[in-house]
Design a binder for this molecule. Structure first.
Ligand code: SF4
Length: 146
């Protein structure tokens, strides 16, 4: 049961617990949220909750900042390169009306205007948002596409 919980996408951990489990300070976690790099589950009380998958993502961001020498703008730019339109098979018409298709400085989930498919999708569950779980280096993703 504990094992299942640890592999889960269920949002069950508070910021304090995530900080202990990941070794990332709470103020850094809040900063990653403010920078748009992680979308926590939000309770009605406005408190953020995180899953085990979110912890993996937080560690990915932390590593890019502290070991790979990237800054927030650099991480956002890399995530903006993920070809969400190909992964989600957006039509040409949809792409033309989607800000994410053209954005170079922000990941698609930060786009103000999204295609119809994305407007009705929870980004937390989307393969594009979750890409770092399967491809912690984006180049390995590109190798699968091209
Ligand atoms: S649903 Fe969200 S994360 Fe997925 S492609 Fe659309 S904007 Fe990006």
């Amino acid at each position: 049961m504990v094992e299942n919980l640890l592999e889960s996408t269920s949002p069950v951990f508070t910021v304090g617990t995530v900080s202990i489990l990941s070794g990332i300070p709470g103020h850094s976690i809040r900063q990653y949220i403010n920078e748009g790099l992680i979308i926590p589950f939000k309770k009605e009380s406005d408190r953020h909750l995180f899953s085990q998958v979110d912890i993996f993502r937080l560690k990915f961001i932390h590593e890019q900042l502290n070991e790979h020498g990237l800054n927030f703008a650099g991480i956002r730019a890399i995530l903006a390169l993920v070809p969400c339109w190909a992964i989600r098979s957006c039509s040409v018409k949809e792409r033309n009306h989607c800000q994410a298709y053209y954005a170079t400085t922000h990941p698609c989930w930060e786009a103000s205007e999204k295609g119809r498919e994305c407007r009705n999708t929870d980004c937390r569950q989307c393969d594009v948002y979750r890409i770092v779980e399967k491809h912690p280096d984006i180049k390995s993703l590109l190798r699968t596409l091209i």
